[in-house]
Design a protein around this ligand. Structure first.
Ligand code: MCA
Ligand code: AMP
Length: 507
């Protein structure tokens, strides 16, 4: 089935012969979807795309609420040999303009509520057609899916062909599209499925968004590849997750999930029969790890990944899951620590830049050959920009970031992008954006602003002026004004000084 389409074949294999098994329990609609129904719908989606003129290699850009139809569209896009390009639902029209212009998709699928505003954006970007999927699973694309006859011969695609482009923000303030091949996605999901012992007996609580690697490729691809089932929740809700735990076996989440669940009533009892808790996308505090273990008896399994690489390391399924570490390189993934200045390998145990190589690594940045050459070495190692070390027992520790990046509730935020927007405001001389500790989100955004002499401007004014340009999660949770930014002898803003000064702002 789906012969010759590298990824689709692998996503389908486990459920062949078990078509009536449950794939997805839809929390929103209350409906159960079997593997048979899911793949039939994905095939109809592929038909609808082809009927709209989508050709192999074309991009299908998608900014829609978390729905079963979006998952069907993902698999349908792969079946049609096209390239899936999911976008964060929080992005504003101004942000969407960039992605559509850069990626030049053939089709853009959006929320029907945003169709008027985004159709104009899509038209300007030269997108041929705009379709919709709504939060209630309705919309013009589901309509076309339902009108199509099931049955679709998968378009042949090899391991090196593109399956998806995921944009990841950059230190320059310009997002970069990571090109992910069929092989990168398939090999990583296969490795994770085996490393985490996924089987048809598993029921995953799926509460992550599906426009990022974690919710789309880790959670969904593993479920499909193992023939497991999932409870598909449109968003995180601690009490609803507790309600589902007795019928589930696995939860995947960002650290904020675990911090919030620890505050919820009834965690110990609800989690008694769970098999596995996985955390990633941001550092899990050792304190959260030990509180969880003390309360539930389960040791959270922390792993480390990136948009460009999928998952690189994981704590062991069997064996010691060590708090504050991200475990060992996954089978087939090489991880080395290099000197940030010279790129030479560091002696065992010392801290440097983490570099990774393996079938999981991306093929480069979309239309950015220079950026690709800067970060992806000709020998295949990708320079992650994360700082870390490997201890004597082989566990990888992430000790910091060489890149100016904030991770808030599992979302990556590049300060430069926010600084560019704030610096553009008429009453602002300059700004520096930093991340400071936040109990719920791990880190939260603070903007430190130097206003023009004699100009009266408040934090509220700034918030109002930037709100149309930046997704809500990127907007500063605190805005501070100063006379001047601290600088070193080279004139570089000392963000460490600012981070210290505003360290307690959310406490
Ligand atoms: C929501 N807000 C946020 C965030 N989420 N602000 C900063 N950071 C966030 N992550 C804003 C909301 O717009 C709202 O603004 C206010 O904060 C409070 O919202 P709340 O209702 O508490 O938030 P929520 O809707 O419950 O969402 C929190 C969340 C969510 C469940 C933690 O952010 C989430 O699902 N995060 C997961 C992200 C993820 O999947 N990352 C994986 C990336 P206001 O009230 O002012 O309007 S993939 C990756 O990183 C790599 C590859 C890897 O290794 O996995
Ligand atoms: P992104 O590619 O935007 O999804 O984010 C990838 C980044 O998230 C990595 O480069 C790390 O900085 C960070 N990250 C992911 N998982 C972990 C983890 N378990 N611990 C610490 N940082 C993590």
């Amino acid at each position: 089935m789906y012969h010759g389409n590298h990824l689709a074949e692998k996503l389908r294999a486990a459920s062949l012969g078990a078509e009536s098994n449950l794939f997805l329990r839809n929390h929103q609609t209350g409906k159960d979807i079997s593997y048979r129904a899911f793949f039939a719908n994905a095939e109809r989606m592929a038909k609808a795309l082809v009927a709209s003129g989508v050709k192999p290699g074309d991009r299908v850009a998608v900014q829609v609420p978390k729905t079963q139809a979006m998952l069907e569209l993902y698999v349908g896009t792969v079946l049609a040999g096209a390239v899936f390009l999911p976008l964060n639902t929080a992005y504003t029209a101004a942000e969407i303009t960039y992605f559509l212009t850069d990626a030049e998709p053939r089709i853009f699928v959006c929320d029907p509520n945003c169709k008027d505003e985004l159709s104009a954006v899509a038209k300007d970007a030269g997108v041929a057609e705009v379709l919709t999927i709504g939060a209630d699973e309705s919309g013009s694309l589901p309509k076309r899916r339902d009108a199509a006859v099931p049955g679709f011969t998968a378009v042949p695609r090899g391991p090196d062909d593109l399956a998806a482009i995921l944009y990841t923000s950059g230190t320059t303030g310009r997002s970069k599209g990571a090109i992910l091949t069929h092989q990168a996605l398939a090999s990583n999901a296969q490795t994770l499925k085996e490393s985490w012992h996924f089987s048809a007996d598993d029921m995953l609580i799926h509460a992550l968004p599906i426009f990022h690697t974690h919710g789309l490729f880790v959670a969904t691809n593993i479920t499909l590849m193992a023939g497991s089932s999932c409870i598909f929740m449109s968003k995180f809700d601690a009490n609803e997750i507790l309600d589902y735990m007795p019928e589930a076996t696995v939860l995947m989440g960002v650290p904020t999930f675990y911090v919030r669940l620890l505050e919820a009533e009834g965690l110990r009892k609800a989690s008694a029969n769970m098999r596995l808790f996985v955390s990633g996308s941001a550092p899990l505090l050792a304190e959260t790890h030990s509180r969880w273990r003390d309360l539930t008896g389960h040791s959270i399994l922390e792993r480390y990944g990136m948009t460009e690489t999928n998952m690189n390391t994981s704590n062991p399924y069997d064996g010691d899951r060590r708090a504050g570490t991200v475990g060992f390189p996954l089978p087939g993934v090489e991880l080395i620590v290099t000197d940030p200045a010279t790129g030479a390998p560091m002696p065992q145990g010392e801290t440097g830049v983490l570099e990774v190589r393996g079938p999981n690594v991306f093929a480069g940045y979309w239309k950015m050959p220079d950026k690709t050459a800067e970060e992806l070495r000709s020998n295949g190692f990708f320079i992650t920009g994360d700082l870390g070390r490997i201890d004597a027992d082989g566990y990888v520790h992430i000790v910091g970031r060489g890149k100016d990046l904030i991770i808030s509730g599992g979302y990556n935020i590049y300060p430069k992008e926010i600084e560019l927007v704030i610096d553009d405001l008429p009453s602002v001389v300059e700004s520096a954006v930093i991340g400071v500790p936040h109990e719920d989100f791990g880190e939260a955004v603070v903007a430190v602003i130097v206003a023009q002499d004699g100009v009266k401007i408040s934090a509220k004014d700034v918030s109002n002026m930037i709100k149309d340009n930046l997704a809500r999660f990127k907007q500063p949770k605190s805005i501070e004004f100063v006379q001047a930014l601290p600088r070193n002898a080279m004139g570089k803003v000392q963000k460490n000084v600012l981070r210290e000064a505003y360290d307690g702002v959310f406490q």
